[in-house]
Write a protein that binds this ligand. Structure first.
Ligand code: 13P
Length: 259
């Protein structure tokens, strides 16, 4: 058994801004049997655009699949037109939320401070935060990968500590691997995951061993098994390959096989 039982593998679909009512229904119909009861040994979640969360909460209500949002507000409530709070996610039965995805950091100007607030609010409202960190290609080529991801993680840990990540998860998503078809090698990803766990251990030695660290960036059925065989890779955050239920389930089965 590769996985420490305190770190049950976790595979998360991030549909990004790809969904519609009919396609979502077809995806759920295709996946439901395999996501029901104890059919899978890993934890599974699907993160959809806000407007489809009630459809997913309803559709997955009798399955083991968790439902997640892809973002939440960095404010608790009030005059923030267009925003959706963590409390609202909890209110509709949404289990988790992705926070600090690189697309939000780079395209929507989310700073480490904003990301930390979102993690705090998600945790305080009982919504599992999935915190994303990752370096750009330039940062990697400059040999600054560990420095960059450690700084992103510390900015959150300094504010909220390790507890929210014990509830949710940490995700390492190298920016250059997202949507490009270029995945990090399993060894490269493992070395970053191990470094992230060391940072966690500076704040909570015991907790660090139990935080699930997921890899994201061009994960597909063909490379998932090798990634999941690494000591500190506890699952995946899957973009493009999660849009087809069967591809996503094939990745889930790779996680199961690693248990
Ligand atoms: P891809 O799997 O499409 O590379 O996306 C990864 C990602 O950003 C998941 O959050």
């Amino acid at each position: 058994m590769r996985f420490d039982m305190t770190r049950k593998p976790f595979v998360i679909a991030n549909w990004k801004m790809n969904a519609n009512t009919q396609a979502n229904q077809a995806w759920m119909d295709e996946a439901r049997v395999q996501l029901t009861g104890s059919a899978l040994a890993c934890d599974v979640a699907v993160c959809a655009p806000f407007v489809y969360l009630p459809q997913l909460c309803e559709g997955f209500s009798h399955s083991a699949a968790l439902v997640g949002a892809q973002n939440c507000a960095s404010y608790s409530h009030g005059a923030y037109t267009g925003e959706v709070s963590a409390a609202m996610l909890a209110d509709i039965g949404c289990d988790m939320v992705i926070v600090g995805h690189s697309e939000r950091r780079t395209l929507f100007g989310e700073t480490d401070a904003i990301v930390a607030e979102k993690v705090r609010l998600a945790y305080e409202n009982g919504v599992m935060p999935i915190l994303c960190v990752g370096e750009t290609l330039q940062e990697r080529e400059e040999g600054r990968t560990i420095e960059v991801v450690a700084a992103q993680l510390k900015a959150v840990l300094d504010t909220v500590g390790v507890a929210p990540l014990l509830r949710g998860a940490l995700a390492y998503e190298p920016v250059w691997a997202i949507g490009t078809g270029k995945s990090a090698t399993a060894e490269d990803a493992q070395s970053v995951h191990a470094a992230l766990r060391q940072v966690l251990a500076q704040y909570d030695e015991e907790g660090a061993q139990a935080v699930r660290i997921l890899y994201g960036g061009s994960v597909k059925p063909a490379n998932a098994a090798e990634l999941f065989a690494q000591q500190d890779i506890d699952g995946a955050l899957v973009g493009g390959a999660s849009l087809k239920a069967q591809e996503f389930l094939a990745i889930c089965h790779c996680a199961d096989a690693a248990v």
